[in-house]
Design a protein around this ligand. Structure first.
Ligand code: PEP
Length: 244
């Protein structure tokens, strides 16, 4: 079995001095793959200071170069040593108007330079209450597939992140999460990409990580708040290693 993958998403947090404390205390752990997605200005610092953790970014431009003020290309991320980039995070979708088509093009931009896009999907609370969780994830995945094609699917990571669980302290129950992950796995199998890792994200903490990661179709986690302190993040990595 492939080992679990734990990815930290620092969001709009960090600072040169604070980051040093993290990099000094975090490091590779046997039995788990781990990465941190830091804000753009800290990529170079992280690339120099990370010990055994992979580097990622939190978004990427769909464009390669040119008159796109403020954008950062996949080529630039690769130049700085990134292996991963998050695309389609619900905060980007909700706050920055990124729709399914944009998410697909961003995933394609990442793949073009050999980065692994971490494609986030997940339903809002209203959609869950309307019984539409599987439909929403399916629609979001189909949109990415339509842009990148089935062959490239093997090179992505998927993160199921129910919007109502992000930053709320209310993680999905393991059965609730596993049900969606099993559905995503079925979709992947249908595309000939069964081995793609499907992470769960949404209020994962050290005390619920092992339970979630033990589910058969949960291949690790995308961690927001609990990835800011090395001690919390490493405890989650440890939980992933213990169930691998
Ligand atoms: C996230 O933002 O991807 C996330 C999962 O956040 P949190 O862990 O804080 O819920």
């Amino acid at each position: 079995m492939t080992q679990k993958l734990v990815v930290g998403n620092w969001k709009l947090n960090g600072g040169l001095a604070a980051n040093e404390a993290f990099f000094g205390a975090a490091g590779a752990l046997a039995g788990v793959d781990a990465a941190v997605c830091v804000p753009f200005p800290y990529l170079a610092q992280a690339a120099a200071r990370l010990r055994g953790l992979a580097l990622g970014a939190q978004t990427v431009s769909e464009f390669q170069s040119g008159a796109y003020t403020g954008e950062v290309s996949a080529e630039m991320l690769a130049d700085l040593g990134c292996r991963y980039v998050i695309v389609g995070h619900s905060e980007r979708r909700a706050l920055f108007g990124e729709d399914d088509a944009v998410v697909g093009r961003k995933a394609a931009a990442a793949l073009r330079v050999g980065l692994t896009p971490i494609v986030c999907v997940g339903e809002s609370l209203a959609e869950r209450e309307a019984g539409r969780a599987l439909e929403v994830a399916g629609r979001q995945l189909d949109a990415v597939l339509a842009v990148i094609g089935a062959q490239a699917l093997a090179r992505v990571v998927i993160a199921y992140e129910p919007v109502w669980a992000i930053g709320t302290g209310r993680a999905a129950g393991v059965d609730e999460a596993q049900a969606v992950h099993a559905d995503i796995r079925g979709w992947l199998v249908g595309q000939g990409a069964a081995a793609v890792r499907v992470l769960y994200g949404g209020s994962v903490k050290a005390d619920n990580a092992a339970t979630l990661f033990a589910a058969p179709d949960i291949d690790g986690g995308l961690i927001g708040g609990a990835s800011l302190a090395a001690r919390d993040f490493m405890a989650i990595c440890q939980a992933a290693a213990s169930v691998a």
